[in-house]
Design a protein around this ligand. Structure first.
Ligand code: SF4
Length: 110
């Protein structure tokens, strides 16, 4: 059964709203995983100057009390998926991850 002419605009608006939400989530996700962003230590992420996680022995678990969320190169989660990024390696990183370039993030209050 075809929608009545009066209902079509509402369906079209709902579809447009859903498409817009999907597009925004995709853009934020892609931006974090493959784009630029600023780390909590202030470094700018350059997508053209990243290495593979394996090059820095990245792992998804902390090591000796050190983890990405405490590293100056860490970019906190920006799309709500729980994953952050890094100014040194490609892709996303787990806030509880670690690599051999870990460098502690020290705030002004520390
Ligand atoms: S520990 Fe390594 S992977 Fe994690 S944020 Fe720091 S430099 Fe990036």
């Amino acid at each position: 059964m075809a929608a009545s002419p009066a209902r079509r605009p509402l369906r079209a608006r709902r579809l447009a709203a859903v498409c817009l939400c999907v597009a925004l989530v995709a853009v934020v996700g892609i931006g974090l995983a493959g784009g630029t962003a600023t780390a909590q230590g202030g470094q700018q992420r350059n997508p053209d100057n990243l290495v593979a996680p394996s090059a820095l022995a990245y792992q998804e678990e902390p090591k000796d009390g050190q983890q990405c969320s405490g590293c100056q190169f860490y970019i906190p989660d920006q799309n709500g998926d729980g994953m952050g990024a890094c100014t040194l390696i490609t892709g996303t990183v787990d806030p509880q991850g670690w690599c051999n370039s870990y460098s502690p993030y020290e705030t002004a209050s520390q």
